[in-house]
Ligand binder design. Structure first.
Ligand SMILES: [Zn+2]
Length: 252
């Protein structure tokens, strides 16, 4: 469906948008998928590496994989889809963004009040012992194979990527914040998510039940498509800016 036709049918007097974001949004920024195409990581899957057990068994292996991913991330830039979400936020139409992406490409500068990175942040590492958190997204760390990162305070305690691994729980504060936005939302944008990873896959269902209008942006239909009110087919770096511009042209 065309952006202008969708906007025509929305209640523009009462706009409170919550966005649910998946990996499709970052695809055009050149983010590698979990499984590496080159020889080094070909035989591993995320399930082998992104778990507390894997880290305990072989922290070097896990860190080397994250460093390989970080090298790609260091040159990745936000795409027009990310920019469109930032624009919505600046216009005061967005309650919040719930993203499954750990890449930090939705960039609000220093303010993070209106974004919940529900699966964590790959650019940060936290201490396995104390509360210390630090960035590690620099070339210096990313290329240093087989060197582990240690906490500057605990000395002998390892740092680990600040992401939610398989088998770990989502931060309850993040969940609470997300639910709060969903409860107050009138429109939910469902962007580039496969709709199969929980708890995020539940969010559109919860929003639907309370009467929120659902608009999906994806290259292909997903398990969420049947409950969405509108579907914009195509890469989200193209469809999302079109929708946001159409909305802002009516709203302003
Ligand atoms: Zn520490």
């Amino acid at each position: 469906m065309k952006a202008a036709d969708i906007v025509q049918q929305l209640d523009l007097e009462d706009i409170h948008i919550v966005s649910v974001v998946g990996s499709g949004l970052s695809k055009a920024s050149g983010m590698p998928t979990f499984r590496g195409k080159d020889g080094l990581w070909k035989t591993y899957s995320a399930l082998d590496l992104a778990t507390p057990q894997a880290f305990k068994k072989d922290p070097n292996l896990v860190w080397n994989w994250y460093k390989w991913r970080m090298q790609a991330l260091l040159t990745a830039k936000p795409n027009p889809g990310h920019d469109a979400l930032v624009k919505l936020e600046k216009m005061g139409l967005s309650l919040g963004i719930i993203t499954q992406n750990v890449d930090g490409l939705i960039n609000f500068g220093n303010s993070s009040e209106h974004i919940v990175e529900i699966h964590g942040r790959i650019r940060y590492a936290h201490c396995t012992k104390c509360d210390h958190i630090q960035r590690w997204d620099s070339h210096e760390y990313a290329v240093a194979d087989d060197s582990l990162l240690y906490c500057p305070y605990c000395k002998d305690a390892l740092l680990r990527p600040d992401v939610v691994w398989f088998g770990e729980s989502i931060n309850p504060k993040h969940l609470q914040k997300a639910m709060n936005w969903i409860e107050r939302s009138t429109i939910m944008l469902v962007i580039g998510t496969s709709g199969t990873v929980y708890p995020v896959a539940n969010f559109p269902h919860i929003a639907k039940q309370q009467g929120t209008t659902l608009i999906e942006f994806n290259v292909t239909r997903t398990p969420l498509t049947p409950i969405c009110d509108y579907f914009m087919r195509g890469p989200s770096e193209q469809t999302l800016p079109k929708f946001v511009d159409a909305l802002l042209s009516k709203k302003v």
